[in-house]
Design a protein around this ligand. Structure first.
Ligand SMILES: [Zn+2]
Ligand SMILES: [Zn+2]
Length: 784
């Protein structure tokens, strides 16, 4: 018999009183699914159970075949364990609080798009058209309840025609708070870089299109902030954008005019097409096709990357511009490096100075920055990698015992979350708390959450790392604080995402997080029970010469790995790329740092092991953006199919050391030494890099399966930034499944540090911390 899954769907929008529930009933019955549907003040909730294929089709049909008057503003779904429904039923409606729900921004609906290009319509080519079913929400709301005076539209008085629509219950714009038209609403302008007005309305749009067509860069004030737009086909234009944005190699997001134009250059599955055209309209990571043609995207847009991050127009402004251009553009966030996206047109003139040839702006204020979300389809499910526009601030259910908690997240890819009434409201992506601007944005988001939800935290949950600015903030707020270990927060976040309770084995792999023993963790296996979490296994630790500097230089991780297994002699092996990458003087300094253990902290980080492998395979010795080396190791796999795996041994202790074993409370050691030795031998024998990369990934997956066997917990949770890697995730899920384990990974909340805030809420809800620190003490005998 086929395995059964359960899918939970939450649909929000004009779906009540339009025959939606009977439609869901018929659809579920037709697909042979059991479960239920119910109406509530917070939306229509659906749970269906059945074979995975039927569930996928059900979700697609739900949107495609919906009743004519039903409009979906948001559809979120997640795959969960089945509970054994025996039939499908319509359950009685439940009431409840609606006012607390802030909807995300919604991509322009088909009706509004039609009017936009209809010469006879009074909103013909009006860039701020919207209706009850689409348009800005979260990016314009200042306070609840959601009424025009408490949005940034307050300053625009509706004309008679707009007011008539707004007050007519039969009209599509009945109570559409941002309702506007050319006569009364926001207006477009183009500005020179020094703020001089060049043109307005349609002329401004024509001006912007002309600049993009000529290879220039336009700073466009969009929905949740500025975007920098340039011709994606032109290597020169894209290269210039890289220069001004100081972004050397990190892939740029692209906007295409139509789904058809995307399909010319990328493989698009049904699930991916649904996402691209959904109310959320996120950036979707798609496999790039080798095909060329007149509209081919320049290699500069995503150098060496077999995927493209692609989206469709999601505001009338984008629809108009892309229709005028007819070719794909880069549409990257308007900011310098990793600062938060710029939202104000006056401010943009200074913050984006020297970056754009033309500013395309408007006078509808943006209440808060909201970046474009990023989603990847993994194993036929959606995996949100950056949760912002279209998703934020929709809640994830969390046990009500966490109510009153503010979680402030980690340091990189920061988000914050609050727990209210059994809901975990996760903020939009804020960014790396590296700059003054980012920290200011972090404080603004917290203040805005407090204002919107009238929320005053009773306690604050933060990372256990004392130096993260988010932790510093938590300590200075004068409230009780709960410190949550980083990798445990990842595991709990993934459990909450999958509505899973303990016990589980959490595989928490990422770049960096502070462990309970004061070392840098990142290749962790945590068994989580109702009593707490224990570190049952970890990657064999090694020293990182230069500490934090190793994040930017994979060759340092490689030296740390080599030193751990062969000692100082490795510095003479010039045939190894990460050794040859240094001058003799630098090598002496690094060697003495490792030998004297000065500025060379211990780490068990999987991310750094990926870096070491990338350096040893001579893919990359230093990086230009976070995670680049690991990404390139994944890309090297392109279309390689092999089950060969380097050996990784799971031991009771580090070789050559005495001491305990797993049963006595020390973590098992996942020893990568044989893997590294085989990898070096393969590289020397010129084995193709794709094969090397595959054997490396496969070896680590076998190690995960072996640890799972030794621990014996039937349910395994995969989390942490490393599981953004599709090959690693898919293979781990498959191999764990073959070994009889049930495996879970992220869906709505990112596996990277963007998911930490939710995990911190879960730690408070379930009162789970790391048990027994004696299990995780690194001792000096581990120096190899
Ligand atoms: Zn609309
Ligand atoms: Zn009007």
């Amino acid at each position: 018999m086929e395995p059964t899954e359960r899918v939970r769907v939450v649909v929000r929008g004009a779906v009540q009183g339009v025959g939606f529930r009977p439609f869901v009933y018929r659809l579920a019955t037709r697909h042979g699914l059991s479960g239920w549907v119910l109406n509530s003040a917070a939306g229509v909730f659906i749970e269906v159970e059945g074979p995975p294929d039927h569930l996928r089709t059900f979700v697609l049909d739900l949107e495609r075949d919906r009743p004519p008057r039903a409009v979906i503003q948001s559809l979120e779904w997640a795959v969960l364990d089945p509970v054994g429904y025996d039939r499908f039923e319509i359950r009685p409606s439940v009431g409840g609080e609606t006012t607390a729900l802030v909807l995300p921004d919604i991509a322009t609906c088909p009706d509004c798009v039609r009017e936009l290009f209809d010469r006879t319509d009074r909103r013909f080519r009006y860039p701020f058209a919207n209706c009850t079913n689409c348009g800005p929400r979260y990016s314009i709301i200042l306070a609840l309840p959601y009424d025009r005076p408490s949005t940034t539209m307050a300053g625009f008085a509706m004309c008679e025609a707009c007011r008539a629509e707004y007050t007519n219950p039969e009209d599509r714009r009945f109570h559409a708070q941002p309702n506007a038209c050319p006569a009364c609403g926001p207006q477009l302008e183009t500005w020179t870089p020094d703020g001089r007005v060049l043109a307005g309305a349609d002329q401004a749009l024509a001006e912007a299109a002309r600049v993009v067509r000529g290879g220039g860069i336009v700073a466009l004030k969009g929905l949740g902030g500025f975007q920098l737009v340039t011709d994606a086909r032109s290597a020169e234009a894209v290269h210039r954008l890289r220069d001004v944005k100081r972004r050397e190699q990190k892939p740029f997001a692209l906007m295409f005019p139509t789904l058809e134009s995307i399909a010319e250059q990328c493989d698009v599955s049904d699930a991916e097409a649904r996402l691209l055209t959904s109310p959320e309209s996120p950036i979707v990571l798609l496999g790039r096709r080798t095909g060329t043609g007149a509209n081919a995207v320049s290699a500069e847009a995503a150098p060496g990357n077999p995927t493209l991050g692609v989206m469709l127009p999601y505001t009338p402004l984008h629809h108009l511009l892309l229709a005028d251009l007819g070719f794909p553009v880069v549409a990257t966030s308007g900011n310098v490096a990793d600062e938060p996206i710029c939202t104000d047109e006056r401010e943009s003139l200074t913050r984006l100075r020297g970056m754009a040839d033309l500013f395309l702006v408007h006078d509808r204020p943006i209440a808060r920055h909201v970046d474009d979300s990023i989603v990847r389809v993994v194993l036929d499910r959606e995996l949100v990698l950056r949760r912002a526009r279209g998703f934020a601030p929709l809640p994830v259910p969390i046990d009500p015992s966490a109510d009153g908690t503010l979680a402030v997240g980690a340091h990189l890819k920061n988000t914050v979350a609050v727990a209210i009434g059994g809901n975990g409201f996760v903020s939009q992506h804020i960014g790396d708390l590296e700059t003054r601007e980012a920290f200011a944005a972090f404080e603004r988001v917290i203040a805005a959450f407090g204002g919107l939800y009238r929320f005053e935290p009773r306690r604050i949950a933060c990372d256990a790392h004392p130096d993260y600015l988010s932790s510093v903030y938590a300590r200075s707020a004068g409230k009780p604080i709960v410190e949550v270990q980083h990798h445990l927060a990842h595991v709990l976040s993934c459990m909450a995402d999958n509505a899973l309770s303990a016990p589980v084995l959490g595989v928490s792999w990422d770049g960096t997080g502070l462990g309970t023993d004061g070392t840098i963790w990142g290749g962790e296996f945590l068994r989580v029970t109702r009593e707490g979490a224990a570190r049952v296994a970890c990657l064999r630790p090694f020293r990182l010469p230069g500490g934090d500097a190793a994040v930017r230089e994979p060759r340092r991780s490689a030296l740390g790995v080599l030193f751990a297994i062969d000692g100082g002699a490795v510095f003479d092996r010039e045939h190894l790329a990460p050794v040859a990458a240094w001058t003799p003087a630098e090598r002496r300094a690094l060697r003495s740092s490792l030998e004297s253990a000065v500025n060379a902290p211990w780490t068990s980080s999987a991310g750094r092991l990926f870096d070491a492998a990338a350096a040893l395979a001579n893919l990359r010795q230093s990086i230009r953006f976070e995670g680049q080396a690991a990404m390139e190791l994944e890309f090297a796999l392109d279309r390689i199919e092999t089950d060969d795996a380097y050996l990784v041994t799971v031991r009771d202790r580090v070789p050559g050391t005495g001491g305990g074993d797993g049963s006595l409370g020390r973590p098992l050691i996942v020893d990568w030494e044989p893997l590294v030795r085989s990898l070096i031998a393969d590289v020397q024998q010129k084995v193709p890099r794709g094969v090397v990369a595959a054997r490396f990934h496969n070896g680590l997956v076998e190690a995960i399966v072996e640890v799972a066997r030794r621990v014996g917990e039937p349910r395994v949770v995969l989390t942490g930034g490393c599981f953004q890697n599709r090959y690693l995730t898919e293979r781990a899920v498959r191999r764990l499944g073959e070994a009889g384990f049930r495996t879970y990974w992220h869906q709505r909340v990112p596996p990277n540090d963007g998911g930490i805030a939710l995990g911190q809420l879960a730690a408070v809800a379930w009162k789970i911390g790391i048990l027994d620190s004696r299990q995780s003490t690194v001792d000096s005998r581990w120096s190899g």
